[in-house]
Design a protein around this ligand. Structure first.
Ligand code: NCD
Length: 327
């Protein structure tokens, strides 16, 4: 018997989640209870044996549409959808239609004509997934749009922290690095402040967006002060591809002031854990030995939790659509 059906009545979080929207475009504006339910459901998936039959989405068609390079996010979405029994088609549009001059709206209408159930979109421009949501009939998941948001990354980060620490509320979480160019930082700021964590942003002043305090975080240009007593230290890559020039620091200088090494980590909570969304540049934002320190580094767990979180979201979007059609 299908494991998901068998567990249906065992408890609240072992049932699919109904969301308030047909899409997952951003964490900003999401209700705390909705975030909580998605994380709990993902935790349930993470606890299942990998061979458990979770194929409840037979016949469901997912298009993985990536206008930017990606390895872990694309594969993670594909695995999640396949574990749910969906059909997945990967479409890389990095060198294709846009180069041939097709507008984003024409690309959207072509994809729509293929009648998918779900489109997973990564795009270099902020707002592209929203545009797809406005023009297509299917559900849309934002897999990262420009500097705007990367909602599934924030959800998987939250699940990773919850499984290690047990809770999010009241935790001191320092997000360090190229905040200005990071959609991961923005989604995490929205999620973690909504969940009641104390969020600090640490960056050189050239990579710190102005007015960030308005989002309820504390900003530091001194890393030692920014990670003092932190429970979680989350590092970000220098996203050189999004920089316009002058803000680009030398890697050696950057590591000295903003790279996580033993000396700086000693200022954090003695049990502090280290996170990084990847791809990671060893010796730039993190000392190589710390990245591999399995007692403190949760980097591999983050990748593992990515699949569980994406299963929870894909299942929730299908459940939400089915419920909307019934009503
Ligand atoms: C991030 C992204 O693409 O925004 N990576 C990811 O999805 N795991 C972070 C980055 O590119 O540095």
């Amino acid at each position: 018997m299908n494991e998901l059906k068998k567990n249906k009545n065992k408890g609240f979080f072992s049932s699919p989640i109904k969301l308030s929207s047909n899409h997952l475009l951003a964490i900003e504006g999401m209700e705390k209870s909705e975030i909580q339910k998605l994380i709990e459901r993902a935790d349930y998936f993470a606890n299942l044996d990998r061979h458990t039959n979770t194929k409840v989405l037979q016949g469901y068609v997912v298009l993985n549409v990536f206008f930017e390079n990606s390895t872990r996010t694309r594969v993670s979405f594909e695995l999640a959808a396949r574990r749910l029994g969906a059909e997945v088609i990967n479409i890389s549009l990095i060198n294709s239609s846009i180069k041939k001059g097709e507008s984003l709206l024409d690309t959207a209408s072509t994809l729509n004509a293929m009648r998918p159930d779900l489109l997973i979109v990564r795009h270099p421009h902020s707002g592209a997934p929203l545009l797809f949501a406005d023009y297509l009939n299917c559900s849309i998941i934002n897999a990262g749009d420009g500097r705007h948001e990367h909602p599934t990354q924030a959800l998987l980060d939250a699940l990773t922290i919850k499984r290690r620490v047990g809770y999010l509320e009241g935790l001191k979480i320092s997000i360090c690095g190229d905040i200005a160019n990071s959609r991961v930082a923005r989604s995490n700021i929205h999620l973690l402040t909504t969940m009641g964590a104390e969020v600090r942003c640490v960056a050189p002043s050239t990579l710190m967006p102005s007015n960030l305090e308005n989002l309820g975080v504390k900003c530091f240009s001194n890393m030692k002060m920014g990670i003092k007593d932190a429970d979680v230290v989350m590092l970000l890559r220098l996203q050189n591809e999004r920089m316009t020039g002058t803000e680009n620091p030398s890697e050696r200088e950057y590591f000295k002031f903003f790279g996580l090494d033993e000396a700086k980590l000693a200022l954090a909570n003695p049990n502090a854990v280290i996170m990084h969304p990847g791809p990671m540049n060893r010796g730039v934002e993190i000392a190589s030995a710390l990245a591999d320190d399995t007692n403190r580094s949760l980097i591999k767990t983050q990748v593992e939790m990515g699949v569980a979180v994406r299963m929870s979201i894909i299942e929730a979007l299908n459940h939400t659509k089915n419920n909307m059609m019934k009503n």
